[in-house]
Design a protein around this ligand. Structure first.
Ligand SMILES: [Fe+2]
Length: 446
């Protein structure tokens, strides 16, 4: 507190607290306990009295103090709101598992925090990640997010009208730009207003490369964006870019993982040219069947299981695996070990624990006559039963070293005959429905 303000406060205390000092009619003050010993002359000398000017000074000082306190309180509330927005933004984006979802979340949170009516994201053309249009399902270069649905113009309309300007702005790659653009003149020809646009560049947290440009838009019925709002937006976007960097890293790891698995599957299929592509087809057919029976959330597990269910064939002797004629009992027993070999190959991999059941039990039979454990009915893991239907279909419709591919009609008959003995009848029925509706054509034509 300044010395001046301190003095004024002390004087006001003297005026308002008779227990500390006594105010005399003459306008002088005197300590209560010592008043009897002090002469009137002493009382009058040097101490100002409570004149109306003095009261005015004190009151105006109090008003200034009150205004300062109000500003401080507003500043504290602002800081709290900013912290809250930062926390909310980072925790919401952290839950996103795709780049597109994270960018949308960032647009929503930042846009609301700084009071935008809508936001637009333009992807940088030299950065490789995909955005899918929500309506057309096609690859896109932009994402739109409308916050204030009462706004006369939507993000999409604003983009269409200002496309060239927005792209030019994005290409400047300035971190923070405020610009004015046509807002809704076309909606109302007499309207002279223009929109306030803040453009911020979203960067990759790892190498600082530019991912895209985010535009936050307000019309001029509102105040233009101010520095504190833009600083808040920049802070939130930096937080978002760290999460985006993590998502990209995880996707890259996933991609590498998938490529490694694909190489492993190819190595296995190289042993027997007749089974080339078998694992990919089983994976694709199993995913379709999984979606049909409501396993949408587990489609990725079915894909992995389809790709890797026969990986144990790596441990089967070539002369048995590729034998053109009938197998001897010993050879058949040897080939029957491949599901357990698959299990043993995959078991040490933490991320693949979810497919161990499918790998080990894809040759069990619904009536209990299969191998390796002779499980029956629903004791056979569901994923294994799904893989089995896809596996049997692909096996009978593909040429093998020991026989030619069966024609479609014959294959369908075999599926029906094996329904309830080898395979789960419900899954066979669902599979044949997919086949009948042509929903497997794309996979089968490959
Ligand atoms: Fe198999």
């Amino acid at each position: 507190m300044s010395t001046n303000r301190q003095e004024l406060l002390e004087q006001l205390l003297i005026l308002t607290d008779p227990t500390k000092e006594q105010v005399k009619e003459t306008g002088s003050t005197v300590p209560q306990n010592e008043s009897d010993n002090i002469s009137d002359e002493t009382l009058l000398s040097g101490i100002p009295g409570p004149t109306s000017d003095m009261v005015k000074d004190i009151m105006s000082s109090f008003e200034a103090l009150q205004s300062e306190n109000t500003s401080l309180a507003e500043e504290i509330i602002n800081c709290y709101n900013q912290l809250n927005a930062s926390f909310e933004t980072s925790s919401s984006i952290a839950k996103c598992n795709s780049i597109q979802q994270a960018i949308l979340m960032l647009m929503s949170k930042v846009g609301r925090a700084i009071g935008s009516q809508f936001c637009i994201f333009i992807k940088m053309t030299d950065f490789n990640f995909s955005l899918t249009n929500r309506h057309s399902g096609k690859e896109d270069e932009t994402i739109f997010y409308n916050i204030d649905l009462r706004s006369m113009v939507s993000a999409e309309e604003f983009y269409d009208r200002n496309k060239d300007d927005l792209h030019e702005l994005a290409q400047k790659r300035a971190d923070c730009v405020v610009s004015m653009m046509d807002y809704h003149r076309e909606m109302d020809p007499d309207y002279e207003g223009r929109g306030n646009v803040t453009s911020l560049i979203l960067k990759h947290s790892d190498d600082n490369s530019d991912l895209g440009c985010l535009f936050f838009v307000r019309n001029d019925e509102h105040e233009p964006f101010v520095a504190s709002e833009m600083n808040l937006a920049k802070t939130l976007i930096k937080l978002g870019s760290i999460v985006l960097g993590n998502i990209m890293y995880a996707q890259k790891m996933h991609q590498t993982y998938l490529q490694t698995i694909t190489s492993l599957v190819r190595a296995m299929e190289e042993k027997d040219s007749y089974t080339s592509g078998h694992s990919n087809r089983v994976a694709a057919l199993a995913c379709k069947l999984g979606e049909k029976i409501g396993l949408d959330e587990q489609v990725e597990i079915l894909e992995w299981a389809g790709l890797l269910h026969d990986i144990g064939k790596i441990g089967i002797r070539d002369e048995v695996l590729c034998k053109p004629g009938k197998l001897t009992d010993e050879e058949f027993e040897h080939i029957k070990t491949h599901p357990v070999k698959s299990y043993n190959v995959l078991e040490p991999i933490d991320a693949l624990q979810c497919i161990l059941g499918a790998a080990k039990h894809h040759h069990e039979h619904f009536d209990g006559s299969g191998y390796p454990d002779g499980l029956a009915g629903e004791d056979i893991p569901l994923h294994a039963r799904v893989i089995q239907v896809a596996d049997v279909w692909d096996a009978i419709t593909s040429s093998r070293s020991y026989r030619k591919a069966m024609p479609l009609e014959k294959a369908i008959n075999i599926m029906k005959e094996e329904s309830g003995t080898t395979m789960d009848p419900y899954l066979v029925k669902e599979f044949l429905e997919l086949l009948d509706k042509g929903e497997l054509d794309e996979i089968l034509e490959e």
